[in-house]
Design a protein around this ligand. Structure first.
Ligand code: IMP
Length: 206
């Protein structure tokens, strides 16, 4: 079975390819299907957006598609930016603009109140319209300044609980041991191994 990643985000593709490197399913992405246009993320939740993306791609190319929608939920901001993480600083905002906005929003907030969670929802969709979702979370806190050169998005600001380093200070392999995305994708891999896809509709939540 070929698995199509319903994304053109090279950072996500790189991470997910590393996670799936030992699996039997070859991974393609939307870079291999230029005919598929962008999917508007109009959902109100991460789950709705992940399902939207997986469904559209799966229907278009008649193959199983895998989508990821991720949000950063900051306690002191009552769970924001959450589903709006990609556009926290405005539509089309750069990673850097979003990071600056986050730091600004947390100005004066002490370390003990900077707790945050990365939440990833992975959705698998089959051309027949079957959907299954998986969740992965990673706990941490938001630093006072960016640290590290690796990763993408909010990685330089997210200090992983129990490790004390930002995701950007970790190698890709280290991030993939503990990240929200890796946890969700490992559940996807287990599910696909059981070869139940297409026979069952199940919700798998942490
Ligand atoms: P989406 O899942 O493409 O909607 O991602 C939302 C935004 O969250 C992205 O634009 C990134 O800024 C950020 N993001 C998603 N995953 C990660 C991650 O693993 N590390 C850091 N930032 C991330």
């Amino acid at each position: 079975m070929v698995l199509i990643l319903a994304t053109r985000n090279p950072d996500k593709i790189e991470e997910i390819q590393q996670i799936f490197q030992d699996s039997e399913a070859p991974l393609l992405s939307l870079f291999d299907f230029p005919q598929i246009g962008p999917v508007e993320e109009t959902g109100k939740t991460l789950e709705e957006n992940a399902v939207l993306k997986a469904k559209k791609v799966s229907r278009s190319i008649r193959k199983v598609a895998l989508a990821d929608d991720t949000g950063l939920e900051v306690e002191a901001l009552q769970g924001r930016p959450g589903v709006h993480s990609a556009r926290f600083a405005g539509p089309g905002a750069s990673y850097e603009a979003n990071r600056l906005k986050l730091l600004k929003s947390l100005q004066g907030v002490p370390e003990e109140k900077r707790g945050a969670v990365f939440r990833c929802i992975a959705a698998l969709a089959s051309p027949e319209g079957r959907i299954v979702t998986f969740e992965g979370v990673c706990r941490g806190r938001i630093g006072f300044e960016p640290k590290g050169e690796g990763g993408f998005g909010y990685d330089p600001l997210f200090i992983v609980e129990g490790i004390g380093k930002t995701f950007a200070e970790m190698t890709l392999e280290e991030k993939n041991q503990v990240s929200h995305r890796a946890k969700a994708m490992k559940k996807v891999m287990e599910y696909l191994k059981k070869k139940e896809f297409g026979d069952q509709l199940l919700e798998n939540r942490e």
